[in-house]
Each structure stands twice: as structure tokens, then as C-alpha cells.
Design a protein around this ligand. Structure first.
Ligand code: UDP
Length: 329
């Protein structure tokens, strides 16, 4: 077990997943330091000592690392939109890969060796096996997924010569909000299904588009493994404690091992909100694999991860409560 005052630095700690993890870390008694550029989204509430910085500013990041000397870095900061990565690939390589190299370089200079990386199921592309295990071939079908594979390769090679100890967490579809209502998704222009559907239910967007109804799935729409953000935050804490005590490198899927189609999500959003909103079926969105479901055997076995919020309805309810609260402000 890590010591209770272990200092943990989060890049992107004001973002969606980072802010929930920072809150849970604080609850567990860790000392939290956040570096965040506050672009393109941010939490209004921060848990921890906050530095407004872009990771491109390598010298300033180095200064913070020298001053704070965290024992471990949790690297959340990244661009996350698949469609945007297809339109602006260089932006994604520059930010997600280039800035990660800068961060790793600053860590090397200060002698910080422990690293948790926010990877993604997008590394698998269109997997041959469902549920997909970590050993599946990495063959992303969009630049976003490529950036995650590239960073994982860098980490693997560095770990081989003991330049780093790392856990790479491959997130499936992260959704939900803090059940205590303090935090939630903060995207200015959300592209993700559940948030978009809720914004349609709220009347902020006129209708929901379903991107593709001709996929090789039972109802023709894509299937995804939606995981509650608080269960994912918990996975980070377990991964961190494992890394700090065992110094062993790991690559782990983070998902529940079951999936829901776009149509199933839409009908659950209608049920939870009580709003029968307008839905339009359109063509496929480029870069979308038909089915992504995690094989989560490894994370359950090694980290003893036990999800607490494994219900699509609860995920949607928590996000809906959050969305409704945003209107009050
Ligand atoms: N999707 C949709 N309409 C939307 C947003 C998303 O039909 O307004 C679909 C999308 O094509 C994909 C699934 O919902 O099949 C999940 O997409 P999301 O962007 O939430 O996550 P991704 O799987 O791309 O990370």
C-alpha cells in the first residue's frame, strides 16, 4: 500500500475523468497536484493544488515537477474526440504524443519514474475477438487511437530498460457523473452519445442523430461498453497502489464486459428523463468500430477491481442530475 500522504500529480486533473479521480484520491488521503491548461473543458471545482499550464510548456512543467516532487504522475491530459482526430490529425499527434514525450522528458530530468497512462479501447480498432482481451492486436482505425498506441509503445520500450514503471489503462466508453453531484462531464461541445442524448432531452440540441443503422449487430447500431466514471477513478487508485508497491508494469482494460447498442442507450435516456425526444437515423460516422466490449478478467484478477456503479440506468441518472444542475447556475 502507498503511504497516506503520497504526493500524486495529475495532468488534466480539471478534466472529466481527472477531476473525479482527484476527488477520490483526496478522499483516500492522498496529496493531489493538478496541472491543467483548462482547455477545452474544465471543472469549476478542483481537488488539489492547481497549476494552470499547458504540457507544451516543458520548462514550466519541469519547474512544477522540481518543486512538488510527486511520487507518481497520472497522465489524463489529451484530446479525446475521434471525429476531430480524423479532421485534424496533426493536432492530435502533437498534443497527445508530442506533449506526452515532453512530460516524460521532464519526469526523467527530475527522476520521477511512476506513471499511469490514460489509454483507450480505440487502440484495438475493429477487434477480431469480443470481449476484447489486452493481448489482442493493436490496429486502430483513427488518429486518436494511433496516438494511444504510440504512447504505449514508448512506455513499453522505456520500461524494458527500467526508465519508467507504468500502468496503461485502456478506457472503454466512460460516462456518468459524481453521484454526490459535485462533478460531471464539462465538455463545451460534447460529441459523446449519452451527453448528447441528454442535451436533446433538455432541449439544448433539437434532435439526436444515430450514426449508422446498418452495422453487423442485432439492431444495426454500434455497441459500446459504458463504464461509470467513479468506477474508473477507483481503477486509477488501485493501479497506482499496485505500481507503487510492486513496481510492475501493466496494461489493463477498463470496462464492465458487457455492451449496449446506440438504440438501447437512446431508449434508456428516454426512460430516465421521461422525455420522448426526436431521433434521426443518419449515415455512419467515420472511424467507429461496430462493437467494443472489454474483457476485464485481468483488472479484476490483478487489481481486485470491483465495480460499484455497473448499471446503464444509474450512469444515465447520475449524468442527468448533473445536466439539470447546470441549468440552475
Ligand atoms: N453516436 C451516435 N450519435 C451521437 C453520438 C454518438 O449515434 O450523437 C454513436 C457513435 O457513432 C458510436 C456510439 O454512439 O457508435 C458511441 O459514440 P461516442 O462518441 O459516445 O463514443 P466513442 O465510442 O466514439 O468513443
Amino acid at each position: 500500500m502507498a503511504n497516506l500522504k503520497t504526493k500524486v500529480l495529475l495532468t488534466g486533473g480539471a478534466g472529466y475523468i481527472g477531476s473525479h479521480t482527484a476527488k477520490l484520491l483526496t478522499k483516500h488521503g492522498y496529496e493531489v497536484i493538478i496541472i491543467d491548461s483548462l482547455f477545452p473543458s474544465q471543472s469549476k471545482k478542483f481537488y488539489g493544488n492547481f497549476y494552470k499550464l499547458d504540457l507544451a510548456e516543458e520548462e514550466k512543467v519541469l519547474e512544477v515537477l522540481r518543486k512538488e516532487k510527486p511520487e507518481i504522475v497520472l497522465h489524463f491530459a489529451a484530446f479525446i474526440s475521434v471525429p476531430e482526430s480524423i479532421e485534424k490529425p496533426f493536432l492530435y499527434y502533437e498534443n497527445n504524443v508530442g506533449n506526452t514525450i515532453k512530460l516524460l522528458s521532464a519526469m526523467k530530468k527530475v527522476g520521477i519514474k511512476n506513471f499511469i497512462f490514460s489509454s483507450s479501447a480505440a487502440v484495438y480498432g475493429i477487434p477480431d475477438i469480443i470481449p476484447v482481451p489486452e493481448t489482442a492486436e493493436l490496429k486502430p482505425i483513427n488518429p486518436y487511437g494511433e496516438t494511444k498506441v504510440m504512447v504505449e509503445k514508448i512506455l513499453k520500450d522505456m520500461a524494458r530498460v527500467k526508465e519508467i514503471n507504468y500502468v496503461s489503462l485502456r478506457y472503454f466508453n466512460v460516462a456518468g457523473a459524481d453521484p454526490e453531484g459535485e462533478l460531471g462531464p464539462t465538455y463545451k461541445q460534447p460529441t459523446h452519445l449519452i451527453i448528447r442524448a441528454l442535451k436533446v432531452a433538455k432541449g439544448e440540441i433539437p434532435y439526436l442523430e444515430i450514426y449508422g443503422t446498418d452495422y453487423p449487430t442485432p439492431d444495426g447500431t454500434c455497441i459500446r461498453d459504458y463504464i461509470h466514471v467513479m468506477d474508473l477513478a477507483e481503477a486509477h487508485i488501485l493501479a497506482m497502489e499496485y505500481l507503487l508497491s510492486k513496481r510492475e508494469n501493466l496494461v489493463l482494460n477498463c470496462g464492465y464486459g458487457r455492451g449496449f447498442s446506440v438504440r438501447e442507450v437512446v431508449s434508456t435516456v428516454k426512460k430516465v428523463t421521461g422525455v420522448d425526444f426526436k431521433v434521426i437515423e443518419t449515415s455512419r460516422r467515420p472511424g467507429d468500430p461496430p462493437i467494443l466490449i472489454a474483457d476485464n478478467t485481468k483488472i479484476k484478477e490483478i487489481l481486485k477491481w470491483r465495480p460499484k456503479y455497473n448499471s446503464l440506468e444509474d450512469i444515465i441518472k447520475d449524468t442527468w442530475q448533473w445536466e439539470l444542475k447546470q441549468n440552475e447556475n
